[in-house]
Design a protein around this ligand. Structure first.
Ligand SMILES: *Cc1c(COP(=O)(O)O)cnc(C)c1O
Length: 404
């Protein structure tokens, strides 16, 4: 008799986005004349830039000719893309990587979910709270998180590190020592970052405690302040304790095109075994590579045109972020993030719960955002707005919120 993976049954239902959709649908039905604007979108809206689509067209033509057709991608991805990544993202920051330390993938969500494969079940994970849900759920599916405790809205065997306005959204070292530490910087959902000193302290902590840091840098391209590290490897010692994940989704609009990569340095070793070889083995067995056409598209992001064009898109979103941030501050709200990330994290007014504020915003301003409590217990009392909308809608939404 076959048996299912019981760990799936322990997962709490993910009601966040379905509850939002239902509430919005029923509001629209009751008020068909009102135009509802969503600043809840966690997806890019601008199209792929010309440098990228041109490269894709060329690659499609190559695939249609016998002389230039390509089959399976080499394990770990094409050299042309890895070289572009190392030369574009790492060498200029004084970080030296070998080609086989970069693993091309179909995105950072897959990588952050799949990485659990190479770690033992009895590792203790630590996550920031609020958190990008993939880190926890992927561990829960692998039976590494204990039981879900409804009253705490958390797992018995997970270390939660609250990130709130009180600690300036910088996680403190937990009482219990973790084995695996997930850090997302710039952060989704809070839009906040760690300074180089704060991240360096975490690197030292990981080295001292023989822990590994899984560093999600999906929003790296949005960093505007000089004191925020673009890569964890800017911190001394990180090559021995950190895996870095990146994505083409948010910096180049690849959410539907799919491309990302992980850096697993060969110096990252546990019990004499390099994690690099384990991850290579894992990917070689379960993943057959990102499409050639998409890897060529990714290479084009690093061309002069690609850089200039994607930079413009990020500037467009960050202009929206500034409008949201400044508009809400002027209206008296406490607002965080939005300077190095396309997310604005605001405190709900008058001690309202995240869902109460959701309802007020929907009914009085016809604006949709995301309740902070959906990202973890420490998100209660906060609310997320995103900068991925159009400029017009963003301006309109903020004017309406100001009038509440
Ligand atoms: C959007 C996002 C990603 C990117 O995932 P892809 O699978 O590359 O699209 C990764 N991490 C976080 C925190 C994100 O918000």
């Amino acid at each position: 008799m076959f048996k299912i993976n019981q760990n799936f049954l322990k997962l709490p239902g993910s009601y966040l986005f379905s509850t939002i959709a239902k509430k919005v649908a029923s509001y629209k039905e009751a008020h068909p004349q009102n135009e509802v604007i969503s600043l809840g979108i966690g997806d890019v809206t601008l199209p792929l830039v010309p440098a990228v689509t041109d490269a894709m067209h060329r690659a499609v033509d190559e695939m249609g000719k016998a002389e230039t057709f390509r089959g399976y991608s080499p394990d770990g991805g094409y050299e042309f893309l890895k070289k572009a990544i190392i030369a574009g993202d790492y060498t200029p920051r004084g970080i030296s990587l070998d080609l086989d330390e970069v693993f091309i993938s179909d995105g950072a969500k897959s990588d952050s979910g799949n990485i659990v494969d190479i770690f033992s079940t009895d590792n203790k994970i630590a996550v920031t709270d609020p958190v990008y849900p993939v880190y926890i759920d992927s561990n829960a599916m692998a039976g590494k998180t204990g039981d879900y405790i409804e009253s705490r809205q958390g797992w018995s065997d997970v270390i939660y590190m609250p990130c709130t306005a009180e600690n300036n959204f910088t996680p403190e070292f937990p009482e219990e020592t973790p084995d695996i530490i997930y850090i997302c910087c710039p952060n989704n959902p809070t839009g906040t970052t760690l300074t180089k000193d704060a991240l360096s302290a975490w690197v030292k902590y990981a080295l001292d405690n023989k822990a590994v840091i899984i560093y999600d840098a999906a929003y790296e391209a949005y960093i505007s302040e000089p004191d925020v590290p673009h890569s964890i490897y800017e911190c001394e010692g990180a090559m021995e304790c950190a895996i870095e994940m990146r994505s083409f989704s948010k910096n180049a609009g690849f959410t539907g095109t799919r491309l990302g990569f992980s850096v697993v340095p060969k110096a990252l070793v546990s019990g004499g075994v390099a994690l690099n070889s384990l991850w290579g083995r894992r990917q070689g067995t379960k993943f057959n590579g990102a499409p050639y056409i998409v890897q060529r598209a990714g290479e084009a992001v690093y061309s002069d045109e690609g850089r200039a064009e994607t930079k413009e898109q990020i500037a467009y979103y960050m202009n929206n972020a500034a409008i949201i941030r400044e508009g809400l501050s002027a209206a008296g709200y406490s607002v965080y993030g939005g300077v190095n990330a396309p997310y604005i994290w605001m405190k709900t007014p008058d001690g309202m719960s995240s869902w109460e504020f959701f309802d007020v915003l929907l009914e009085k301003a016809n604006v949709v955002g995301t309740p902070g409590s959906g990202f973890g217990p420490s998100g209660e009392g906060y609310f997320r707005l995103t900068a991925f909308g159009t400029l017009d809608n963003t301006k309109k939404a903020i004017e309406r919120i100001k009038k509440i």
